[in-house]
Write a new protein. Sequence first.
Length: 195
Amino acid sequence: MVKLGIELAERFGAHLIGLAAADVPPLVATGDGMVYEGEIMQIQRAEIEQRLAELRAEFESLVPASITSEWGQEVCSPTPFLSVSARAADLIVTSGGEGENVYRAVEIGSLVLGTGRPVLITASNVEHIMAKTVLVAWKDTREARRALADALPFLAKANEVVIATIHSDRDDTIRDSLADVAVFLEHHGIRREPN
């Protein structure tokens, strides 16, 4: 994930922020009346802090000096931490919420709906996104308009942008909608192919 962040920061001349968080599960009573003891929780916290330090060292070793960057980490729930940190970001790049441990994985739905920032979700092993030809799947809704505006940096770097819609009616409002999107993109210097 860091390599993809580096590639995007280089491509767009962006500042890179690396973030990591994990939380210690809360005290839980079992069927036998047992609970996690404070000592066990402290051991788990120490393990998380050690792993966060390893991730920071890996991040700092990978990011070249040509990119401005910073690191943030917390022992807390990852989704709220990332959501709060998103206020300083243009784009959030994350993997698809791998793992079953809710105390160590980002909840993608909450992240997308709660951050107010565009979120790029990729597989964890992706290092590059070419985006030479980009398809804009258009439906005239508030969400599509927001997504189109959020994607402008990627669209501007693409060799070709194709605008497409699927609709059973072939009336003038649909054609007008597509034409308006094409004009919007042209105002941003983006060539497009309406379909």
